[in-house]
Design a protein around this ligand. Structure first.
Ligand code: NAD
Length: 440
């Protein structure tokens, strides 16, 4: 099958490379000429473990191509995916659908013969109808179907998630399009990945409901963590105690600095807006978004409190900038709010991230970027662990203590056992694990 991906970002590039791996002929299109030029030279525009290898293999096998020439790629395709960004619209939190609508117009002028147009971008309910209308108005004679096929991959584990998904959601009532989608996903279908075939609006809502639910779980445990600190309980043990209940499950119950990233913040807001417009508010999600929003800066205050109430003129070492490990994505990363809160209080920041520094430079100002974790720590008045990269899980604590001006560690991901840090002579502050608990 000939597949064209419009948008070659985290989702378009990973899905395109994986579809090529399934044996389809895939062309990834992007309007960013620099991105396409880099890809044609074998250089990945994003950091995603394993992506370079799978791209190289499929380029070599002549199943994967990159171009800025959308028209030709769409004309020859059986299936055209829309995988462009849907960021928050400035000012009101609705999803900004301008890239999706532009892609629809671009597709309309180019399609030839029966084409299945698949929306993989996360879009509000009814967007498939709008895309259909745009194309129909421009090309009344065209033969096409619009399908919703939301993507659930996680950055940092994207290839595995794509190849071994918990489920594949296909939203269309068009039987011919359903057959095309089954054929497209055949290798996964044969592997018994569950297929949820439903109507388009339901598929669109499934994606938002899934993200809102996960964001709620994170926010729930974060608030329980705050309560633990007040009442002398340990959130990790609470999470284990509730997570072992199959009805709850242990995932997404790690207390931390609040969720960030390219999906949860914008998708929760977009769902809130959709629900308000439909006169059916999702008040839980409204609260989740509001609670999470203030949490990130509150983590800055937590660091300040750990530094005896002031960071003015002090140097704070920040380890981990990306919104989670194994990605270079800085979109809505908690590190941004935390660092800005510390800077507003007069702190100087020395930071290190294994993959995110280039991206961080475009969103953070006045940060000294170190070449490794120990250089970031050197001479600092406190160390703050913001993102739980593996490289930060086993720091040489004797060296860390020697490098810090004062032995203060604020671990916003609970990656160290408190006793170990205390034994090494640190003042150790984590999330939802009050000092009294391990002081006995
Ligand atoms: P991204 O910003 O990394 O990539 C989007 C790409 O589309 C960009 O390279 C941009 O240049 C390109 N583009 C925009 N308009 C175009 C056009 N008309 N023609 C050609 N190229 C165009 O975005 P992403 O993270 O891949 O997200 C894409 C969508 O998938 C979003 O709706 C997002 O919510 C959803 N999603 C993302 C993830 C994730 O982990 N990043 C997971 C699931 C779903």
């Amino acid at each position: 099958m000939r597949v064209t991906m419009i948008g070659s970002g985290y989702v378009g590039l990973v899905s395109g490379a994986c579809f090529a791996e399934f044996g389809h002929i895939v062309t990834c299109v992007d309007r960013d000429a620099g991105k396409i030029e880099a890809l044609q030279k074998g250089k990945m525009p994003i950091y995603e473990p394993g992506l370079d290898e799978i791209v190289a293999n499929n380029v070599r096998a002549e199943r994967l191509f990159f171009t800025t020439q959308l028209k030709e790629a769409v004309t020859t395709a059986d299936v055209v995916f829309i995988a462009v960004g849907t960021p928050s619209r400035r000012g009101d939190g609705h999803a900004d659908l301008s890239y999706v609508h532009q892609a629809a117009r671009d597709i309309a002028v180019a399609i030839e013969g029966y084409t299945v147009i698949v929306n993989k971008s996360t879009v509000p309910v009814g967007t498939g109808d709008t895309v259909e209308r745009i194309i129909r108005e421009m090309r009344s004679e065209a033969e096409f179907a619009i399908v919703s096929n939301p993507e659930f991959l996680r950055e940092g584990a994207a290839i595995n998630d794509f190849k071994r998904p918990d489920r594949i959601v296909i939203g269309t009532n068009d039987l011919r399009a359903q057959e095309v989608m089954r054929e497209l996903y055949r290798p996964l279908y044969l592997n018994q990945s569950p297929l949820v075939v439903t109507n388009r609006r339901t598929a669109e809502l499934i994606k938002y409901a899934a993200n809102a639910f996960l964001a709620t779980k994170i926010t729930f445990i974060n608030e329980i963590a705050d309560l633990c600190e007040k009442v002398g309980a340990n959130v990790q043990e609470v999470a284990r105690g509730i997570g072992l209940d199959n009805r709850i499950g242990s995932k997404f119950l790690h207390a931390g600095p609040g969720y960030g990233g390219s999906c949860f913040p914008k998708d929760t807001l977009a769902l809130v807006k959709t629900a308000q417009d439909a006169d059916s508010p999702v008040r839980i999600v409204e609260t989740v978004a509001a609670v999470n929003d203030v949490r990130k800066r509150a983590m800055g205050r937590k660091v300040i409190a750990a530094c005896d109430g002031s960071v003015s003129g002090k140097t704070i070492a920040v380890l981990g900038l990306t919104f989670k490990p194994n990605t270079d994505d800085m979109r809505a990363a908690p590190s941004i709010d935390i660092i800005q809160a510390l800077q507003d209080a007069g702190a100087n920041i020395q930071a290190f991230d294994p993959e995110g520094i280039e991206q961080a430079k475009s969103v953070l100002e006045n940060v000294i970027y170190a070449r490794d974790a120990y250089s970031a720590i050197s001479g600092a008045d406190a160390l703050v662990l913001v993102t739980e990269w593996d490289a930060f899980r086993a720091l040489d604590l004797v060296r860390v203590k020697a490098l810090l001006r004062s032995p203060i560690v604020v671990d916003l991901r609970n990656i160290y056992p408190p006793q170990e840090l205390i034994r090494h002579g640190f003042r150790y502050v984590s999330v939802g694990r009050p000092e009294e608990v391990y002081h006995g």
